[in-house]
Write a protein that binds this ligand. Structure first.
Ligand code: PRP
Ligand code: URA
Length: 257
């Protein structure tokens, strides 16, 4: 009788061990699947700063006038660009101050960067970026979202035939990342023309999880720098809570057909 008890105890322990092991393997494969579909956290940088929050509260407010909207958008843009450029290569030069000679570090002029503006709203970021990044080249892409299909419609492309990887960084600027259609088109165009995916940084003020997921799935080596990832898109593909139509609010065309 004792013998049967020991045997049943042994069989039970083996079953429990197999069950635990299978569960562990399942969890592990679930975790692996998660990391495959979820973007690496380091690809998405949400810049959280009291001044950014302050200016977000201004541009989100529907009563904010266009000139104040532009002003606050540009202030946020400056802070995002600061983050986006923090690892730019530097060199060292001799400088004579009125007092004595000293060594100064500066952005290496042999590593030029390109700022790409997705018209129209992208100008709110690119006009700030080109003022604060020494030697930046600014290029423009024109597209607007079709109201019914929510797909981007191209109307202008001023990219060079080939990037030939002469740029250290490619900053693609657009304040809104909603479905991700416009940003996808812009980034694909850069890569088709020879830009290195890992050199591309998409800079936007407000993003939707849908757009972030689309971009990082298609281009897992890019970086996205944003001031906020909002909750989702509404049925017109506008970001919730968002700020409405960034282009119209920037250029005061909300009531113009
Ligand atoms: C806005 C915005 C982006 C696009 C984002 O542009 O500036 O380019 O929508 O939406 P998506 O992620 O779903 O593509 P819009 O079409 O309003 O053009 P505009 O800048 O000329 O106003
Ligand atoms: N474009 C905008 O300007 N705002 C949105 O919320 C979505 C797309």
């Amino acid at each position: 009788m004792k013998k049967y008890l020991y045997i049943s105890l042994f069989v039970c322990s083996v079953c429990i061990l197999i069950f635990i092991d299978n569960n562990y393997k399942l969890e592990k494969s679930e975790r692996a699947a998660e990391t495959e579909t979820k973007p690496a956290a380091s690809n998405l940088i949400v810049v959280d700063h009291p001044l950014i929050q302050h200016h977000l509260s201004i541009i989100r407010n529907k009563n904010t006038k266009s000139n104040e909207f532009r002003e606050s958008s540009q202030k946020i843009a400056g802070m995002l660009i600061l983050e986006a450029t923090k690892n730019l290569p530097m060199d060292e030069i001799d400088v004579s101050t009125p007092i004595e000679k000293t060594k100064c570090r500066r952005v290496d002029p042999n590593n030029p960067v390109v700022v790409i503006s997705i018209l129209r709203a992208g100008l709110a970021i690119s006009t700030v970026a080109e003022r604060i990044i020494p030697g930046a080249v600014t290029l423009h892409l024109g597209m607007y979202r079709d109201e019914k299909t929510h797909k981007p419609v191209w109307y202008y492309n001023r990219l060079p035939k080939t990037f030939a990887n002469q740029f250290t960084k490619v900053y693609v600027c657009d304040p809104m990342l909603a479905t991700g259609g416009s940003a996808y088109e812009a980034i694909k165009e850069c890569i088709t023309r020879g830009a290195n995916e890992e050199n591309i940084v998409f800079v936007c003020v407000i993003s939707a999880p849908e757009g972030v997921a689309k971009l990082l799935k298609a281009f897992p080596k890019i970086k996205i720098i944003t001031a906020s990832v909002d909750s989702k898109l509404n049925d017109k593909a506008y970001i919730i809570p968002g700020l409405g139509d960034a282009g119209d609010r920037t250029f005061n065309t909300t009531n113009i057909e």
